[in-house]
Write a protein of this length. Structure first.
Ligand code: ADP
Length: 767
């Protein structure tokens, strides 16, 4: 503080002045970048006051000019330019700086010819001065001018060349500005993909260094862009961020106004005090208490005036904020409406797509069963795999839509995690073998045999992650590690890791791949297919369970996805231990607490894999609720001959669907009857004995749910399977509560269909 000695009597040497002023101006520049305008203004004024030397004074004035340019105070900028015109040696870099600020002023005032002249003059000076940093700023300015005069290709070329230099020389503010300009140019030239990238990069850099001046613009632009992409929720978040900066700036400006007002009042006060003093002198000898009263009244009125002015200011700023708030609320409501329309639309469209898809996959299956010629077979198989791909896409969209609309509820039921993990790996084994990959399970034996949580969601996460690991690895190893990370009374934290040694993911793409419809690049889509929805669903599910997903990856060095989830422990361990039924006799124990399983050698469950390289198996295969059968159970699988005598009632209103389901089942020697709606189904179930009912849900006269409720009043035993496309407004839980034994999502994959029917005929005997 010893530097801050004001007044003519105190002498501060030129080097000291220079040092102090430089420090203050540096701080002012940072404040300007952060849009802390009142702080910047105070600092610059402080520096100007210290700068007694004319060159140092001119340097401080330059920053003031920059402040006026940034805050749009054109009149004051013009005055400062006039004052500074002759302050510099015309070959110095300071003069170049001045010219650059002058060109910025011209650009702000739309005097583009004058701006061009100032830029060209700067170029001549810098050509001799060889200041590379300044040259970069000059080029940036030129590109911005090109942008203004609509010379887009030139602007783009300059900016693209400049950007790496700016980053290398750590001129981050200029780099973020260049990225923002590149966004503007490329979005004008229609290169939307790279333009979005530039905007995101600019936001990242500006957020890192608090470049609020840039962030204000970029948040608003990003919000607009997201609105166009119909990402309404995200768009609002960025609009809100924009408003925060905007309000901070406005408040700061108002505060500066209040401070100015306050200083004025103090000055008036001082003047009044002086005149009062004079009067006091004159009135010396008069009634002292009268004079004191006068002073007191003057001060009181000044205070009242200041309070009044302050209140007026506050009322005005409140008014501005109210208007802005109501605009934001309108915008949010509009976005919410749009989101709802989108969600309902997706729900209807995915539901509507399923019915014709049923005809496609069902009829293809029937044709394949009819011993087609080899060339026909090839076409039919392509038709089948395309159908399955479309199905998995529909499933993903439906899942994602549900998650976005917050329609996904978590279940809390007891289940055996070890069995889940083994089952998942066994069903993905075929897919792994196709790509010559080995699956290794490392399961921590200290994890309690029963946990309480949502087994379906956990399966869905693991299927997606392991499925991806298999898909993006060839001739490699996939490690699936499940460990207990923490233990509390009644709770257990489980850590999951899925690691592969496949192609890996580049660092830039690692955060983006968790966003919807994002893949590593267009070549990924060409080579591996997929939609880029899987990881977005996984991330949403993990977050829903209170966890967080992490990724470590290196190009060609493999990827490791990990997440942790808390599970509750059920009251007792009386439930059926699913582990008993797995042949794990060949399990290799590598350490006393972990069971390591190589899925390729060990799991002996039938190879019922339907997931192919382009489809991700959905969790329905594994979703039979584990609460359904309590007690210690023993499974007896029905044999094929036993199955062929079974009588099935198909309840379905659509004639094509009736025909397809019937033919598929008759192809396996089941005997079938058809009911056209729920009412007919109830009558049929009352009058005849069936071994299984396949129940459609949406039907005229009586729907499938109502029919099942009625059948359950007189028959609690007969297995009833819902054949339905579960829509966004239906919950699977509700189906089981009504009395369904299982759900087959429509249209189904054939293997899954028969597997579930087989399961329905599996006898459970309570031992
Ligand atoms: P999809 O697999 O349908 O394309 P995802 O959301 O599951 O969609 O994955 C998004 C992208 O992330 C993939 O396209 C791929 O580029 C990358 N990815 C995901 N998992 C891996 C992995 N284990 N190894 C390499 N890349 C992966």
């Amino acid at each position: 503080m010893q530097y801050f000695t004001y007044g003519q009597e105190s002498y501060v040497s030129k080097p000291t002045q220079q040092r102090v002023v430089d420090i203050i101006l540096d701080k002012a520049q940072v404040a300007l970048q952060k849009a802390n305008y009142s702080e910047a203004n105070d600092l610059i004024d402080g520096a100007i006051e210290i700068a007694k030397d004319s060159t140092i004074y001119a340097e401080a004035q330059l920053v003031k000019l920059s402040y006026y340019n940034q805050t749009g105070q054109l009149q004051k900028a013009q005055t400062t330019i006039d004052q500074l015109a002759h302050s510099f040696d015309q070959t110095s870099t300071d003069y170049a700086k001045f010219l650059l600020l002058k060109s910025e002023f011209f650009m702000n005032s739309n005097l583009l010819k004058e701006a061009e002249i100032a830029i060209s003059e700067t170029q001549i000076i810098l050509a001799q001065a060889r200041d590379t940093d300044m040259s970069s700023i000059l080029q940036l300015q030129r590109a911005e001018l090109d942008l203004k005069v609509k010379n887009y290709s030139k602007a783009k070329e300059t900016l693209e060349q400049l950007l790496p230099t700016l980053i290398n020389s750590k001129q981050f503010y200029a780099a973020a500005k260049a990225q923002l300009d590149l966004f503007r140019v490329t979005s004008i030239t229609g290169e939307y993909l790279i333009s979005k990238d530039y905007l995101i990069q600019s936001i990242r850099l500006s957020e890192k260094y608090d470049f609020n001046t840039l962030l204000k613009d970029s948040y608003l632009l990003y919000s607009e862009l997201l609105k166009e992409e119909e990402e309404f929720e995200k768009s609002i978040t960025y609009l809100e961020r924009y408003t925060v900066i905007y309000n901070e700036e406005t408040t700061a400006a108002q505060n500066t106004a209040s401070i100015n007002e306050f200083n004025k009042l103090i000055k008036e006060n001082k003047a009044l005090t002086v005149s009062n003093n004079e009067k006091t002198q004159k009135l010396k000898g008069n009634d002292a208490s009268y004079i004191l009263l006068c002073i007191f009244i003057t001060l009181l009125s000044l205070l009242a005036l200041s309070l009044f002015k302050n209140n007026k200011l506050r009322a005005k700023s409140n008014q501005v904020l109210e208007v802005k708030n109501s605009a934001l609320i309108d915008e949010r409501d509009r976005a919410k409406d749009a989101t709802k329309i989108k969600t309902d639309f997706l729900s209807t469209i995915t539901h509507e797509l399923r019915t014709p898809m049923y005809a496609v996959t069902g009829l293809t299956h029937l044709l394949l069963e009819k011993d087609p010629r080899n060339d026909q077979k090839e076409h039919l198989e392509t038709l089948q795999s395309s159908g399955e791909y479309l199905l998995s896409l529909i499933d993903n969209i439906l899942d994602f839509n549900k998650l976005e609309a917050n329609k996904v509820e978590l279940e809390t039921i007891p289940f055996d995690l070890h069995k889940r993990v083994n089952d998942i790996c066994s069903s993905l084994k075929g897919q792994a073998t196709d790509r010559n990959n080995n699956l290794h399970i490392h399961y921590d034996d200290s994890i309690p045999s029963r946990l309480q949580g949502d087994p379906v969601k956990i399966s869905q996460i693991l299927i997606n992650l392991i499925g991806n690991a298999i898909k993006f690895t060839k001739d490699g190893d996939i490690q699936i590690r499940v460990h207990k990370a923490n233990n509390r009374t009644g709770k257990c934290l489980i850590n999951f890791e899925i690691e592969d040694n496949g192609k890996g993911i580049s660092e830039e793409k690692q955060t983006a791949i968790f966003e919807n419809f994002t893949q590593e690049g267009s070549s990924t889509t060409r080579e591996y297919g997929g939609t880029g929805l899987g990881l977005a669903i996984v991330k949403n599910l993990v977050t829903l369970m209170g966890g967080d997903i992490h990724l470590k990856s290196k190009v060609n060095g493999g990827s490791k996805f990990s997440f942790e989830v808390w599970f509750e422990l059920p009251d007792s361990n009386k439930f059926y231990d699913e582990n008993q039924h797995l042949d794990i006799s060949e399990n290799k124990r590598t350490n006393p607490t972990t069971t390591e399983t190589n899925i390729n050698n060990v799991l002996k469950t039938p190879a019922n894999n339907t997931a192919n390289s382009s489809t991700k198996m959905d969790e329905n295969k594994l979703q039979k609720p584990e609460t359904a059968k309590e007690g210690v159970l023993n499974e007896k699988q029905a044999t094929p001959t036993e199955l062929s005598n079974k009588k099935i009632l198909i309840v379905e209103d659509n004639k094509i669907n009736q025909m397809i389901t019937r033919k598929i089942l008759e192809g396996k020697n089941f005997s079938c009857e058809v009911a056209n709606n729920g009412e007919e189904a109830v009558q049929a179930a009352k009058s005849k004995k069936y071994d299984l009912i396949l129940m459609d849900i949406h039907m005229p006269i009586k729907d499938g749910k109502q029919a099942t409720i009625e059948i359950r009043t007189f028959d609690r035993e007969i297995p009833i399977i819902a054949l339905t496309a579960v829509t966004i407004n239906e919950s699977e839980k509700e189906f089981y509560q009504i009395g369904f034994d299982d759900i087959i999502p429509k249209p189904f994959k054939m293997d899954e269909f028969f597997e579930k029917i087989q399961k329905a005929f599996t006898n459970y005997e309570v031992l």
